[in-house]
Design a protein around this ligand. Structure first.
Ligand code: PRP
Ligand code: URA
Length: 207
């Protein structure tokens, strides 16, 4: 299932991220803000249970998070900015990291790092990567999460190409995808058009 978060705040902030004149500091802050707003939607179905507590005025039962614990997993580098923001909303979540970069010639993902919570099989996993372009990186990351035992996975990306959405749906039909927008297409270099450029470079100022 694909969810596009059309909320005006998300769309406004995404447009600012697209703007070539937006600098590194603002881009990073916007990416963090959009990530938290995406998490609001991606975590809409978290379970609640009535919990007894005392307000300053009286005792009562009030909803608090229950059910499976959470794991946030970043695809390095750019997914880091997303998990760093989202963990503020769910501070009990554990955070994993999957290192992948896209070979510029073949556009195939190259794995270089993998560190996941040991009990990932028992957690709901939210995988983050701002860009879902060919979908190769996300599909490979999902495969390594499944190999580690993960059973419940949602992919959160800020921007997607139709090709990337189709690739993840084909390889991992069980994985829900939450994005802020799906753009027109990929260009010949595998960049999303109109897009926002290279997310990692714009977050970390490496270009
Ligand atoms: C970018 C982006 C995704 C990937 C998306 O990472 O952050 O991980 O490309 O492309 P795909 O859907 O075609 O696989 P990149 O390879 O540039 O690495 P970086 O984050 O380390 O810069
Ligand atoms: N990775 C990015 O950072 N941007 C794109 O448009 C495609 C892949």
């Amino acid at each position: 299932m694909l969810t596009v978060v059309t909320h005006p705040l998300v769309q406004h902030k995404l447009s600012l991220m697209r703007d070539v004149h937006t600098g590194v500091k603002e881009f990073r802050e916007l990416a963090a803000e959009v990530s938290m707003l995406l998490a609001y939607e991606a975590m809409r179905d978290l379970e609640l249970e009535p919990t007894r507590l005392q307000t300053p005025l009286q005792e009562g039962e009030f909803p608090m998070l229950s059910g499976k614990k959470l794991a946030l997993v970043a695809i390095l580098r750019a997914g880091l900015v997303m998990t760093d923001a989202i963990v503020n909303l769910v501070p009990a979540a554990k955070v994993g990291h999957i290192g992948l970069y896209r070979d510029p010639q073949t556009l195939q993902p190259v794995a270089y790092y993998n560190k996941l919570p040991a009990d990932i099989a028992d957690r709901r996993v939210f995988l983050t990567d701002p860009m879902l372009a060919t979908g190769g990186s996300a599909a490979a990351a999902i495969a390594s999460l499944k190999a580690a035992g993960a059973q419940s996975i949602k992919l959160m990306s800020i921007l997607a190409a139709p090709e990337g959405v189709a690739a993840v749906k084909r390889d991992h039909p069980d994985v829900e995808i939450v994005v802020a927008a799906v753009d027109e297409r990929l260009n010949d270099h595998g960049y999303i058009v109109p897009g926002l450029g290279d997310a990692g470079d714009r977050i970390y100022g490496t270009k």
